[in-house]
Design a protein around this ligand. Structure first.
Ligand code: SAH
Length: 286
């Protein structure tokens, strides 16, 4: 999912809760404000629910990362944190024999997730739940054999994420994540400035690998996601939906601004993709 948009969503989620709090406690709130807010929130959810994935990736990359994970049986437990509508979770479910719990903040995504799980016949062992991957997670400590997370850990930051999630893993259990990373030591100001504003924890692959080791994991593997994971699988499917959205909500400045930001992010990727990308990192709890 787009970095800037996601920050907006998270701010809106916080405001949503804050407003709920205000309604409950002070019982004085502008209905008009709430309506505008609900619209923005629902709109962004509506937009991203229309895609199989909410971030760059591919079934091939998911399976390649999974090839480094060993020893899972029907009794194992896996969690997909920030699962979205579950594109990658269903790929995992096709290969893994174990239970998989998808966790996401957005109820609409989880509804889609559970519909996908039923459609594919995985409903007995693959379930989506609404919740947060910030501490505390809705899992028992030392219980998970695998934590998966594609395009989501940046919401709490890579270092905080791998530290926060570690206690929920059994010793020797695996973690597999995608994270925005610099591919070169130097980069043009335009793209550097964009990322410093969007997510200033972006860093080079060796730095990320050291962070994994320092957080108490053995770094097992890392690889860069190919460009098609961004272009064909993430940006191109959005083009038509963007046109439809602009038609569906004519003159709506939120929609216009939101789509403008999506397009800007995409243009930057096309221009600067040799400098950054998503990298899959696989680690094992020491
Ligand atoms: N893994 C999916 C979705 C990536 S988009 C894919 O690759 O397609 C990032 C997801 O993280 C969104 O669905 C967003 O709702 C979720 N998310 C963001 N912050 C979260 C949090 N604190 N707890 C749980 N999910 C979160």
């Amino acid at each position: 999912m787009c970095f800037i948009i996601l920050s907006i969503i998270i701010i809106q989620m916080h405001e949503r809760f804050r407003r709920t709090f205000i309604v409950l406690n002070i019982k004085a709130m502008s209905t008009e404000q709430n309506t505008i807010h609900e619209f923005d929130f629902n709109l962004i959810c509506e937009y991203f629910s229309m895609f199989e994935r909410q971030g760059p990736g591919s079934p091939e990359a998911t399976l390649k990362a999974l090839s480094f994970v060993e020893g899972l049986t029907a009794d194992s437990s896996a969690a997909d944190l920030g699962c979205g509508t579950g594109g990658q979770t269903m790929t995992l479910a096709g290969k893994l024999p174990c239970r998989i719990t998808g966790l996401d903040l957005f109820p609409d995504f989880i509804d889609r997730f559970n519909q996908n799980s039923v459609r594919l016949g995985f409903q007995d062992r693959v379930k989506g739940i609404v919740g947060s991957f910030a501490d505390p997670l809705p899992f028992e400590k030392e219980n998970l054999d695998l934590i998966w997370s594609e395009g989501a850990i940046y919401h709490i930051g890579f270092r905080k994420g791998i530290e926060t999630w570690r206690p929920y893993l059994k010793k020797g259990a695996f973690i597999a994540l995608t994270e925005a990373s610099w591919l070169t030591n130097n980069r043009p100001d335009e793209i550097r400035n964009f990322w410093m504003e969007a997510y200033n924890e972006i860093d080079t692959i060796p730095t990320k690998i050291k962070q994994i080791q320092d957080a108490g994991y053995l770094p097992v593997a890392s690889f860069v996601l190919p460009d098609y994971c961004w272009i064909e699988n993430f940006y191109l499917p959005q083009l038509q939906v963007q046109e439809e959205f602009l038609k569906k909500y004519p003159g709506n400045s939120t929609v216009e601004r939101f789509i403008e930001m999506e397009r800007h992010e995409q243009d930057l990727f096309m221009k600067y993709r040799e400098y950054y990308g998503y990298v899959f990192y696989i680690g094992r709890k020491l």
